[in-house]
Design a binder for this molecule. Structure first.
Ligand SMILES: Cc1cc2nc3c(=O)[nH]c(=O)nc-3n(C[C@H](O)[C@H](O)[C@H](O)COP(=O)(O)OP(=O)(O)OC[C@H]3O[C@@H](n4cnc5c(N)ncnc54)[C@H](O)[C@@H]3O)c2cc1C
Length: 467
């Protein structure tokens, strides 16, 4: 990827001096080993930044952006670097601005059901803090134990519980943002609702660090469910599993999660699973139901019946909280464990209307056969959002070429089914060439105009969203 000609390639010494004076010398990092650690994300794409900054406050972020904007130096905001779209990779060099030192939960308001957090808070830490107060922060990406809330907001992260409680965007009430100019703004509200002008809070959600740096967030909380029950159902083929998904959704029961894993996803984490997965199982559903004890037991029984009627060969309830935890550890480990199969995976996160899930599975099978590739699928079936992993080796140019073509075919099929090319990971660099396929040139033009208002010198996360 070429660097943008309008931006400095190397940070001039007077800029480094100004930054050291503004945020302290310990927060300005130049050694190559540290820079390497901030050069990649979960896509394994990499580009070494010229400088790493670790500010500790919104004021320091503002000082950095004032200097960078004046000097026209690229700034790439970064949370934990767990993104699956290359959003935090500094493809045009410049400054990586890590918010990892801004990691405080500032307030939890039990009566008004919201929390105020800094962007570097690890998502699981907010969930735990909320639970201690009898409250619930539902967004639950599988990376929950290491990703940050700032990253979640900036990517519009989803997760398993989206089916019942929605995704990150449904929980962002307000934000403090530092604009490219260094100006600090507060948007949104602590009140349960507001229609005061354009919804800039919603605009920031999913903007992938291209419109401003988030320095504080007001996040909605809800009451903690009384109880959660979990079951795993094993199916003899993909179609009986996806048909069970449809039947559960039609039954009027709204599960907390309804996750899907195909045979290879089960195989790569088999030793982590607490339950006896039968060898002949081609697919597994993990289903959770939350609510008051009496109701969830009844609903769970109904879901068990639906699974059995749809052809499940085994339906097993997680008997203890340790079994449940083990099941989730296994499910959350699928993505990294896939590297056991191939050195490279192209991980897409397409989403289709729920009723089209069986059609999507059919299209994936056709694409795998046509391009002679192994494709592994798992994910948030209850929301029509699957992680489609095209397994390949990027050192094998011929095969990798076929894999790239398969991605194009997958997006075409997804859009044909009325879906979207990204349900939760965002566009970043990996999907940038495909964004026009979904939204069209006119809409991209409007997005670019919005970008110009927020960041006229184009210093914030250049090279992302559109090539
Ligand atoms: C094993 C695994 C499982 C995953 N499962 C899921 C899942 O179930 N659902 C899901 O949605 N994602 C999932 N992801 C992807 C990833 O964890 C999410 O996209 C997450 O939201 C990224 O958070 P992060 O802190 O790592 O952000 P980063 O990767 O550091 O950054 C992501 C984007 O946000 C921007 N950004 C970060 N912080 C700020 C800030 N303070 N201000 C402005 N911009 C900022 C960056 O510039 C970048 O564009 C998974 C990843 C892994 C490795």
């Amino acid at each position: 990827m070429e660097r943008c000609a309008t931006l400095f390639l190397v940070i001039p010494p007077h800029v480094i001096t100004a930054l050291r004076e503004s945020i302290g010398k310990d927060s300005v990092i130049t050694d190559r080993e540290s820079l390497l650690c901030y050069s990649y994300d979960a896509t394994r794409r990499e580009a070494i930044p010229d400088l790493l900054l670790r500010p500790g406050s919104a004021e320091e972020v503002s000082a950095i952006l004032r200097i960078a904007n004046r000097e026209k130096i690229a700034v790439i905001p970064r949370g934990a670097g767990s993104g699956f779209a290359g959003g935090s990779v500094p493809v045009q060099g410049g400054i990586v601005l890590s918010v990892q030192c801004m990691d405080k939960i500032l307030e939890i308001h039990k009566d008004d059901f919201y929390a105020v957090v800094e962007p570097g808070v690890i998502t699981r830490n907010l969930q735990k803090a909320a639970e201690a107060e009898g409250l619930f922060y539902p967004p639950d990406p599988s990376s929950v134990n290491f990703c940050t809330l700032g990253g979640n907001i900036s990517t519009g992260a989803g997760g398993a519980r989206g089916i019942k409680y929605g995704t990150t965007k449904d929980y962002v009430m307000g934000l403090d943002v530092v604009l490219a100019s260094g100006e600090m703004i507060s948007i949104g509200t602590r009140a349960p609702r507001s229609v005061a002008g354009y919804d800039l809070t919603r605009l920031m959600v999913g903007s992938e660090g291209t419109l401003g740096v988030l320095t504080k967030a007001i996040l909605r909380l809800i009451p903690l469910p009384e109880k959660i029950v979990t079951l795993a159902a094993i199916f003899p083929d993909l179609y009986s599993a996806t048909s069970a998904v449809g039947q559960v959704l039609k039954s009027g029961i709204r599960p907390l999660v309804l996750e899907f894993m195909d045979r290879e996803s089960i195989r790569v984490v088999k030793e982590l699973l607490p339950i006896g997965v039968r060898e002949k199982g081609e697919a597994m559903l993990i289903i959770e139901i939350d609510g008051p004890q009496g109701i969830i037991e009844r609903e769970l029984q109904r879901v068990e019946e639906i699974c059995t009627k749809s052809g499940a060969i085994d339906v097993e309830k997680a008997a203890t909280s340790s079994d449940r935890e083990k099941l989730w550890t296994a499910r959350r480990s699928v993505s990294p464990a896939l590297y056991k199969i191939n050195p490279t995976k192209i991980n897409e996160d397409v989403v289709v209307p729920k009723s089209k899930l069986p059609d999507l599975i059919g299209e994936i099978e056709k694409i795998a056969a046509h391009y002679r590739l192994q494709i592994v699928s798992f994910g948030h079936a209850g929301d029509g959002n699957l992680h489609i992993n095209i397994m390949t080796d990027d050192k094998n140019a011929e095969e990798y070429g076929r894999a790239r073509e398969a991605v194009h075919a997958l997006f075409k099929a997804t859009l044909g089914l009325g879906g979207s090319i990204s349900g939760e990971h965002g566009i970043g660099i990996t999907k940038a060439p495909f964004l026009p396929m979904e939204v069209g040139d006119r809409v991209i033009g409007i997005m670019k105009e919005i970008k110009k208002v927020f960041d006229p010198n184009h210093i914030l996360n250049p090279g992302k969203l559109w090539p």
